[in-house]
Design a protein. Sequence first.
Length: 594
Amino acid sequence: MYLSNLRIANFRNFETVDIPLDGNIVLLGENRVGKSNLLFAIRLVIDPTLPDSARQLKLSDFWDGCDLSTSPQIEIHLEFADFDSDASLSALLTDFRIAENPALARLSYVFRKKEDIAGEPKSSEDCEFIVFGGGQEQRTIPSRVRRRIAIDMLDALRDAEAQLASWRNSPLRPLLEDAFGSLSRADLDRVASALESATGTMEAFTPIKNLEESLRGGILNLAGTAHDLNARLRFAPTDPLRLMRSISMFIDDGKRGITEASLGSANVALISLKLAEFAWRRAKNERNFSLLCIEEPEAHLHPQLQRAVFDKLFNNADKAQSLIVTSHSPTLASIAPLRSVVRLCRDDSGRTHAFSLAELPVTTDELDDIERYLTATRAELLFAKGVIFVEGDAEEVLIPGFAEAMGLNLDELGITVCSVAGVNFEPYVKLAGSLGIRMAVITDWDPLDGSKQPLGKARAISIWDAFCAVRPESYKLSAEWKAWFVDKGFEECSDVWKKVGIFLSPQTFEVSVANTPILKDALLNILDAQGFGSLRSSRIASWRAGQDPDPGQLLAMISDIGKGRMAAKLKKKAIGLAPPEYIAAAIQYVVSNV
């Protein structure tokens, strides 16, 4: 079973969102965008530990744009799929199937004005909540459903030690209680007797005995005989049934307590124990499905440990549990299954929008390509407000510097430059479009020998078709429009495509740089410094004298240096120099749209 859809209306910073989901969920978004609010929305429906007093929301929980005089409702709907293969889950959820699709079960929460209140509600007492299923309010959800289909929260993992040390909240508690429950009273008495003997040995040491008597005397003097605590120094309680509360987790083969572990190690221990608790509850038939929510699990976990831990969690084949993670970590995002990603972002009015990759329309091969592409560095794309897609490393290296020459800092604006290492832009355009990320694409016109259409012409059409596949509100090119491009040249096509964020270069990037007067000298100085032979040196001299560079000869020289190395050298020499016009236009396009 898995959570297949989440809908929220009029709740806090969510006016309305409808989020398709696919198993595990990785929530990405900047601070204050509403990640914790989204998790709390889920808790309102299925958290068995949430009291009704917390489900009774306040008027301030309505979305700010709500007009309370119109009696709006806060609505949260969870839809679950793929539960029929489990007889227990099917029995739990069968009453909550929805009429339009009986394969889905819907659990809902609604908060609204009471029917007997006239006019606008004045306080939360004028409102009420209901929790129901199947889209029908009369089908109330019994508490046993929330016990068996439950959400467990691990707040931001910054105080794992405290959670492990608290007997009331520790995931170790039910495991120990179960283990001790299988022991006989005689077994426990033997352990208590051994502890009593060890305590007696300790108390026999004069310094310890003197300390104990001093402490006991101090308490007696302070509290008086009637309130004396009869305090003793002991390793553990002598009551056999209380022994288990003294058991805690140790590290380094029992040499050190968990409180002495690094915060990262404590976090890993806490997650592991929580998963063990879930497995135990299922084995004891106490629970059928668990949603484990972890806020910012990257806290205190170095990148390698993040990859090791969450790669296993994301690829866990256990269908009785799902993971919901909120994160700011590109490292974690880079290993998350792509279809699990949900991006939250806010518009200028403060309204939060949600974009899910659960239904990203790509082939299996394209999906694999994107997941391989999203290294920890490139995964910054998932957090970006805008992206500029380019063909190669040279553009990726140089464009941030070109933007600075225009007085723009792409990092401060939340814009990233991503090379697709070729011309296969379509899956990456679908990715950015599905996440609501503003984008521009820079690609070459790639003219052929004149008898065939330039490759860039068909490429631009394919890029736009890919964008329209994920943004159906966009204008799709008709067959007539596509035919219009056939006999059009570079200038006409370029003028059309730049209006929608596709920017064509008449030549390859390096040749365009060489044909940009302000950059030409910097490029030729780098070539001159390579110590080429007399033939190449004479060509460089002729280009410096004003002759147009020969594209083939220029690219051959750059190829010998290496495009990436060449770009790195040019970046140092081109500081403050304006870019080619089409690159400047692409930068300005994205900046104006984020």
